[in-house]
Design a protein around this ligand. Structure first.
Ligand SMILES: C[S@@+](CC[C@H](N)C(=O)[O-])C[C@H]1O[C@@H](n2cnc3c(N)ncnc32)[C@H](O)[C@@H]1O
Length: 231
């Protein structure tokens, strides 16, 4: 699998339309500018992307969910409500301003106790201590911004417990089908098994299962056993 193929780019003209600047780019990928975080949490977005409908099939009370590239929390807040007081949401983003915006929204909603928000690096989610403990990862509109999709997916695999799921949604406007297929290929190489496509999303969507180590031929020693949730 060619790494370059697994990294999708927003076309330059698309970047101009979105008002992206060179400072929003790293190693060829374009990062959503911090001020767009406010636009992304606009309630009107529910008409196109309803978090409850998208998340409901996979989220249960008591789960530990990771929301990487959370922005200001369009999906993080609904996740926090859905996992309930016994659950946890880990929310990470590259941009401190996104995390600050998320924290403000969490405080206003009284949900700060269920969400652990932190700033990560472009190629390191900085969650190594959570290896094997995550039930679900919601990678929503973020992989095309990561500098290396395979590095991102490998981290997701390490963080998920056996049988945990990775939900990937990507916008058709920024990601071509070939690019999304390349990410799915990289995911298979990383030890994910593709499940039937989620029906609720308009863009590219995939549900990926972190298959058993033995089935994938990975070394068990790298992954700690996580808390399992009965579903
Ligand atoms: C298009 S926004 C989507 C935000 C949110 N998931 C949503 O759907 O509203 C992409 C977010 O991912 C973050 N991001 C980009 N590259 C990242 C990376 N390598 N690791 C973590 N976050 C990243 C950006 O800072 C931005 O907040």
């Amino acid at each position: 699998m060619n790494r370059m193929h697994a990294n999708r780019r927003i076309e330059d003209d698309g970047a101009m339309t979105l008002g992206l600047t060179p400072s929003n780019r790293h190693r060829g990928a374009h990062v959503c500018p911090w001020w767009a975080g406010y636009l992304l949490v606009n309630p009107l977005r529910r008409l196109l992307e309803n978090p409850a409908r998208i998340l409901a099939p996979d989220v249960r009370e008591g789960m530990t969910v990771l929301d990487p590239g959370c922005g200001m929390g369009y999906f993080t807040l609904p996740l926090a409500r859905m996992v309930g007081p016994r659950g946890r949401v880990l929310a990470v983003d590259l941009q401190p301003r996104m995390i600050r915006g998320l924290e403000t929204r969490l405080r206003r909603a009284g949900l700060q106790d269920r969400v652990e928000a932190s700033v990560c690096d472009a190629d390191d989610l900085r969650l190594a201590s959570e290896a094997g403990s995550v039930d679900l990862i919601t990678a929503i509109h973020v992989i095309h911004e990561a500098p290396d999709a395979r590095t991102f997916l490998e981290q997701c695999r390490r963080l998920l417990r056996e049988g945990g799921k990775l939900l990937v949604l990507e916008p058709r406007g920024h990601v071509k089908k070939a690019g999304f297929d390349a990410v799915l290929g990289a995911a298979r190489d990383c030890g994910f098994k593709q499940l039937p496509r989620p029906e609720v999303h308009r863009g590219h969507a995939a549900q990926l299962l972190r298959a058993a180590e033995a089935a994938q031929g990975f070394e068990k020693s790298k992954i700690s056993t996580g808390r399992a949730i009965s579903r």
